[in-house]
Design a protein around this ligand. Structure first.
Ligand code: MF3
Ligand code: CO
Length: 224
């Protein structure tokens, strides 16, 4: 994600949103989040204990923060959705481990996307990586089908026993997005009606890819 290059101490989260909108204009795509259920911006920027749906503001990033950016676009009638969490300058090793684990969990989930597997095989693989490192899977938010709408069926929880849910089939496009807390999984939504934070104030990370199941196997459509 190009926006990542602008993340450094002193940058306002609104500036990241402006960058995202500029990229949309240049690439002739539409931002998917702006106006979605009344969401006011094009980018979600979630800092530290914020999990998802942080609204860009004049808040400045500081050395030691970890920041999740989530970005969706629409092009030619189809949606794409992706998220990463990145460090701002030097951060605590534990925060780094949380980020790495969340990305690893995403990749483990994607590795389960093949014909013959069932949806919860993806969920279970994500949970196993996360809990194997002593972290918690956020339960109130899920991944989702994606295509002509931003959010389509099926919902994709990031936890659960394997071997349940629909069988994965060629042609499916999925947005897989583990959200992981360094503490408990309970969340709270701030007064702005959007920003989801961990109830216990612990750090959270979020990685997301849009993938397609093709006859050659899984293809990551949002690869950077
Ligand atoms: N990126 C989120 C998701 O994956 C959607 C953001 S909702 C919005 O489901 F309202 F912020 F757009
Ligand atoms: Co999504």
């Amino acid at each position: 994600m190009e926006i990542k290059d602008y993340i450094q101490p002193g940058v306002e989260t609104l500036e990241l949103n402006a960058r995202a909108e500029k990229i949309c204009r240049r690439r002739k795509v539409k931002p998917a989040f702006k106006g979605y259920r009344g969401y006011p911006k094009s980018l979600c920027v979630s800092v530290n204990e914020e999990i998802v749906h942080g609204i860009p503001s004049t808040r400045k990033l500081r050395e030691g923060d970890m920041v999740s950016i989530d970005f969706g676009i629409k092009y030619d009638g189809y949606y794409g959705d992706a998220a990463i969490t990145v460090p701002v300058g030097k951060i605590f090793p534990e925060a780094l481990r949380l980020m790495q684990t969340t990305e690893e969990a995403l990749m483990a989930g994607i590795a389960q996307v093949r014909v013959g597997n069932r949806l919860s095989d993806v969920s279970h693989a994500i949970q196993a990586v996360v809990e194997g490192q002593g972290f918690s899977v956020i339960r109130d938010f899920v991944g989702h089908g994606i295509g002509r709408s931003l959010h389509e069926d099926p919902q994709i929880p990031n936890y659960g026993p394997p071997g349940h849910g629909p069988f994965l089939q060629e042609g499916m496009t999925l947005a897989i997005e583990p959200m992981v807390s360094a503490g408990g999984w309970e969340i709270r939504v701030l007064e702005d009606g959007w920003t989801a934070v961990t109830k216990d104030g612990s750090l959270a990370a979020h990685f997301e890819h849009t993938v397609a199941l093709t006859n050659d196997g899984v293809l990551i459509l949002s690869k950077i």
